[in-house]
Design a protein around this ligand. Sequence first.
Ligand SMILES: C[S@@+](CC[C@H](N)C(=O)[O-])C[C@H]1O[C@@H](n2cnc3c(N)ncnc32)[C@H](O)[C@@H]1O
Length: 315
Amino acid sequence: MTSPVFDRLTALSEPIRVRLLRVLAREELAVGEVARVLQTSQPTVSRHLKQLDEGGWVLRRKVGTASYFRLAYTDLDPEARMLWDLVYAQVEAEACDPASQYAEDLRRLDGVLAQRTGDSEELFRRLGGRWDTVRKELFGEGYVLPALLALLPPGQVMADLGCGTGAMLPLLAPVATQVFGVDREAAMLEVAEERTAELGNVTLCRGLLDALPLGDASVDLALCQLVLHHVRELPPVYAEVARVLAPGGRWVILDMIEHDRDEYRETMGHQHLGFSEATVRALAGDAGLAVRAWRVLPPDPAAQGPALFVAVLVK
Ligand SMILES: C[S@@+](CC[C@H](N)C(=O)[O-])C[C@H]1O[C@@H](n2cnc3c(N)ncnc32)[C@H](O)[C@@H]1O
């Protein structure tokens, strides 16, 4: 039995296989594309790819009848990766000479890729499941929530009740005519003030949830995010939100579902260990509000707190 080191050396002993792996380190390619880059026949490419595939050097992805290949760099065992790094560094050094075969390979790779440009069907066929990664690299993830908020009906007056440091206000402001942020803590409102200084349609008010500084029927959309578990007496708050909501107005409550973390009473001053759907329905009914939706949210795997629910109440 030969030692695996000789199998690895054999795999990299042919210049064409090193050239092939080098272009596959840059791009995922079909057999025909590799053949055009290396200026060789497809059967020759297939033969070498088969050998590299068996040795674990390449990853194959099937799309219909076509196969796409790329270097299996992160899946290589550490010894193979060290060997590849060594060979690759020397080849790249030689590629600095524009007349070298390696420089020529990359020019033809550019040409092959350029032929794909503009063909979005080909792009998405090739990317498949990797599109999620590409999208994140190109655009990040911060746009998702602001984009989804565009689904809200335009022309609404909104109120973030217990707004704290005002994290939600810059998200709500672009899709509202007017946003009120209400909180009883001056220290929290100071941060919210800084955060919203540039937003012309945000008004911050110091006030209590059971005595809101807002007019009757003046709000289309109210939000209480992680606030109500701090409030001992809930019926006056429900009645007060019902007062400020316009007919047909909605109140979105986001909070913890019932839990048993008793220590939160001591450590964070929680008055309620979450809420059950039955409790929310009973409080809403007594205030003349209907519960339109109740949903337990999927937990964030990184989150340490209890699960959250979102409820939508309508006047
Ligand atoms: C846990 S923080 C949540 C802040 C913000 N909604 C968020 O999600 O980041 C709770 C906020 O509610 C405010 N709050 C608690 N009880 C209140 C009451 N009765 N009236 C007004 N604000 C209150 C607190 O001052 C605090 O800023």
